[in-house]
Design a binder for this molecule. Structure first.
Ligand code: MN
Length: 236
């Protein structure tokens, strides 16, 4: 069959993240998020068993907001909350990946924030409805530039924190994660075929809380720099 140039009726912009020290960008395929992964956050949410296996949900890839970006206060919530998270980026795909080889599939890491309509998430939990409206909405996934593991190594410990208007709200250590990055990648790859471009938000430590228009959020993970976003006026 003759190869020919495809013409598109519509062509959405690819979602990309910058890579520190590189001219090339990382094209994003899927966003996976880990539910409960720090004991102190499970305790503050008063839910789940601290020994439960990890569980996963997804956000749309185009929910990403880059460093320095603005996030309008979304519709359908009066309790819009921050969750600071380490993000792992998949560079090599696979299924049923063993824990011992899992980090070979990780291209690098970034600082991310899992923005949440907490009132809608709690409602969905109580009514046994899907989480989408609480978690998987537009601009709900701020993510900083990627740091390649070949340059900076894998992230297995180190401080993670988030401040709002300069006041610290969340602090923890990556080493406190119930399931580490290798275990998350291995477990997730038993549920879904992982592919290059997938991002995994790995869960949040304690201290989650609400934000309002005008707030400036700064998230950090040791070795990955800083992610800054601003919450702007309520959307209609
Ligand atoms: Mn989260």
């Amino acid at each position: 069959m003759q190869a020919r140039q495809q013409n598109y009726i519509v062509a959405p912009e690819p979602v990309v993240l910058p890579v520190v020290g590189s001219e090339a960008v990382f094209a994003v395929r899927r966003l996976y998020c880990v539910g409960r992964n720090y004991v102190d956050h499970i305790r503050e949410m008063k839910e789940g068993d601290e020994r439960d296996p990890p569980f996963f949900f997804q956000k749309p890839a185009d929910a990403i907001v880059g460093d320095g970006g603005a996030v309008p206060y979304p519709t359908h919530t009066d309790d819009f909350q921050h969750e600071i998270e380490l993000v792992a980026a998949i560079g090599r795909g696979g299924r049923n990946i063993p824990v011992a080889q899992a980090l070979d599939h990780v291209f690098g890491y970034a600082v991310g924030i899992d923005l949440t309509r907490r009132d809608r998430q709690r409602e969905a939990r109580d009514l046994r409805l899907p989480w989408e409206v609480g978690k998987s909405f537009d601009r709900s996934a701020p993510c900083g530039p990627l740091h390649a593991a070949v340059e900076g190594g894998h992230i297995t410990a180190g401080a993670i924190s988030l401040s709002v208007n300069g006041k610290t709200r969340q602090t923890g250590d990556i080493g406190q994660m119930i399931w580490n990055v290798a275990e998350i990648v291995a477990n997730l790859s038993r549920h879904y075929a992982l592919a290059p471009g997938d991002l995994i938000f790995t869960g949040t430590p304690a201290g989650v809380g609400p934000v309002v228009p005008g707030d400036r959020l700064e998230g950090t993970v040791a070795g990955l720099g800083r992610l800054t976003i601003t919450i702007t006026a309520r959307e209609d």
